[in-house]
Design a protein around this ligand. Structure first.
Ligand SMILES: Cc1cc2nc3c(=O)[nH]c(=O)nc-3n(C[C@H](O)[C@H](O)[C@H](O)COP(=O)(O)O)c2cc1C
Length: 462
């Protein structure tokens, strides 16, 4: 292995449709690297295999970003992030990297980043995190403590951008990057050009991409729903406070005219009991809405990851078919196993999200009905004010109550719409065809590891 080069300041891009893959053991020592990886990283494959993955680490990457990566992986979950790497010739290159647990090690698939807004945000955050890590080291912190300080600062910066944590950032970004990739790869590989089990894997994968189209189309609807869940969650607690204020005001106003218009006091009393109930429901709803949003974002992430891995399997199947030296049937078998796990995880998460959305939809409907009843009491109270000729005495109280009544229409409409959207997005996804295809891929992948009949692979794969 060559010494680590100094950055030349030059930048290299991945081809727009190019996918890099590598596998590592549990400690991050590279066990496989495809041709695209070797070319972009300007390393011979024999130099990469057996080397730790930090061989391509760029000094501009903060340790905190990798700390976040290892934390996630060690919790058994896939990870994704923008990463700047340094090739063997000193040229830097950016990737959007995904890393997935695979048996005792990990699998990484990387693409050229395309979503400028989030890529720029990540690059900017890394610069600031690096400063924090340097300052921590200057203050005597060890490498591990500086990396943790960096990770925490990264999370803080992401919070400033509206993401609760790193998971939320990657769940939001990954589908955007993968959808951009899918747009760039609008060609179809020809399974007939690849013979033997690799061709079978390729054919099944192409059908998987068709099935996944359906799921991908749902990504937009799910993204929109996630945004609305966040907006209603934000408004829910504000609405509780506003309602409590108005019911209190109506009770106070009623007390000042209890002699002349006692009916106002009883209307306000009924309203306040209902208002308390709505308050409790809305307060409980806020975390449920946040949970539903997280679930929706996770589904989008898993669907996008499955789609990315499908494309990776397609490329490797073709590389194996062409007999390219960097990849062999065993890599295709490994990737197929990962894809099978992805699809299983994505469909399971989809079913779980559907359950969460249905429950939230029902809660929203109930809260909506109670809120509407409370507002009806408020409207009745408001009509009673002129009827019992106390408008003049109650004039100072009336205007905020009228404000609430104006707002209530809008708020009730938003809640009802969201409940319906939850119901719509909760519709089950029929994964029968997908599961059949996954089985077909798994069978073909098993065939890959069996001895191949003579002449089965075009170009004589290894
Ligand atoms: C599958 C996998 C892929 C990885 N890909 C990269 C990569 O592209 N660039 C990189 O700098 N580190 C990558 N890493 C992380 C490195 O193993 C290492 O943690 C990181 O470079 C920080 O190095 P250091 O802890 O020696 O400072 C990867 C790790 C795994 C498990």
């Amino acid at each position: 292995m060559r010494d680590r080069p100094a950055p030349t300041g030059e930048l290299r891009s991945l081809g727009p449709t190019e996918l890099i893959f590598s596998t590592t053991d549990a400690r991050g020592v590279i066990t496989a690297a495809n041709g695209a990886f070797c070319r972009v990283a300007a390393h011979e494959q024999r130099d990469l295999i057996g080397a730790p993955h930090n061989v391509i680490r760029h000094p501009g990457m903060p340790a905190g970003a990798f700390r976040a990566m290892w934390d996630t992986l060690q919790a058994g979950r896939p990870f994704a992030a923008y990463v700047q790497n340094l090739a063997g010739d000193g040229v830097a290159y950016w990737v959007y990297a995904t890393v997935t647990p695979l048996g005792d090690g990990y699998l990484s698939v990387r693409i050229g980043p395309a979503v400028e807004r989030t890529w720029g945000a990540a690059a900017g955050a890394y610069g600031a995190v690096l400063e924090v890590e340097r300052a921590a080291r200057a203050d005597g912190a060890g490498a591990a403590a500086a990396a943790e300080a960096g990770r925490d600062h990264l999370v803080q910066l992401l919070a400033g951008l509206g993401y609760a944590d790193h998971d939320e950032f990657m769940h939001a970004v990954m589908p955007q990057e993968v959808l951009a990739l899918v747009e760039r790869r609008r060609w179809r590989a020809d399974p007939a050009a690849v013979h033997g089990p690799a061709g079978d894997v390729l054919a099944a994968c192409l059908l998987v991409t068709v099935e996944l189209e359906d799921l991908l189309l749902r990504l937009d609807g799910l993204a929109h729903l996630a945004e609305r869940l966040q907006a209603v969650e934000r408004d829910a607690l504000g609405a509780v406070a506003a309602l409590a204020e108005v019911t209190l005001l109506a009770s106070q106003a009623s007390a000042t005219v209890s002699d002349t218009a006692p009916v106002l006091t009883s209307t306000a009393g009924a309203m306040s009991t209902l208002g308390d109930e709505v308050g409790g429901m809305m307060t409980a709803l806020a975390p449920a809405l946040a949970g539903a949003r997280r679930s929706v974002l996770r589904v989008r992430f898993l669907i996008a990851l499955a789609r990315l891995h499908t494309d990776m399997v397609v490329d490797v199947a073709q590389e194996v078919g062409r007999g390219e030296p960097e990849v062999g049937p065993e890599h295709l078998a490994q990737l197929s196993a990962t894809l099978r796990d992805d699809l299983t995880a994505a469909t399971a998460e989809l079913a779980a999200a559907a359950g969460v959305l249905r429950a939230v939809g029902t809660d929203l409907e109930q809260a909506h009905d109670r809120l509407r009843r409370t507002d009806r009491f408020l409207a009745t109270w408001r009509v009673q004010v002129p009827r019992y000729q106390v408008s003049r005495q109650l004039a100072p109280y009336v205007s905020p109550i009228d404000g609430r009544l104006r707002m209530s229409h809008e708020q009730l409409g938003a809640m009802r719409d969201l409940a319906q959207a939850c119901e719509r997005e909760a519709r089950p996804f029929d994964d029968t065809a997908l599961r059949g295809l996954v089985d077909a891929i798994a069978r073909a992948a098993e065939g890959l590891l069996a001895p191949w009949p003579a002449g089965a692979a075009a170009g004589g794969a290894r």
